[in-house]
Design a protein. Sequence first.
Length: 170
Amino acid sequence: MASKARKDNEEFENGAFAPTGPHDQHSPGEAGAARQEPVPDETDLAAMARERKEHVVGDVSDFSEGSHRVVTVGGRQIGIFNINGEFFGLPNVCPHQTGPLCEGKTTTGTLVANEENDWQFEWAYEGEIVACPWHGLEYHIPTGRCLAFSNIKLRTYEVLVEDGKVKVRV
Ligand code: FES
């Protein structure tokens, strides 16, 4: 059990710990601040990218546009999303209480208000948001950002399409 929790935490960046609820007053980033890892430089990142292996997870026809499914690669569950022909991968584990976040049935968009649109709510990111089926925390699939807690960012996996095969780099 302890090893599972340790593995799950590897899926979140910044060593962020899960909040205890969507309206938690404490910043998850504060809890993780004491154990922040050193930031790898560009040479380290290039070496890490080379070490990642590509794994075939299916045919392109298995992932129609707007669909997603969870695959298992090297013992990890990864959600593969096809958003308008572009593929993305996220860990199938939610930082809140380790819910299977990529098993949310559909993807959607969200309301956005900012200075650029004069603080008027507008629908945006259609098809790019998945909600965890357990308690509803929403994540932006291309970036892994949690909408409610901007300091929580999921690891993202590179997903490639070559010769009609969908491959994920892990
Ligand atoms: S486990 Fe609670 S929102 Fe995902």
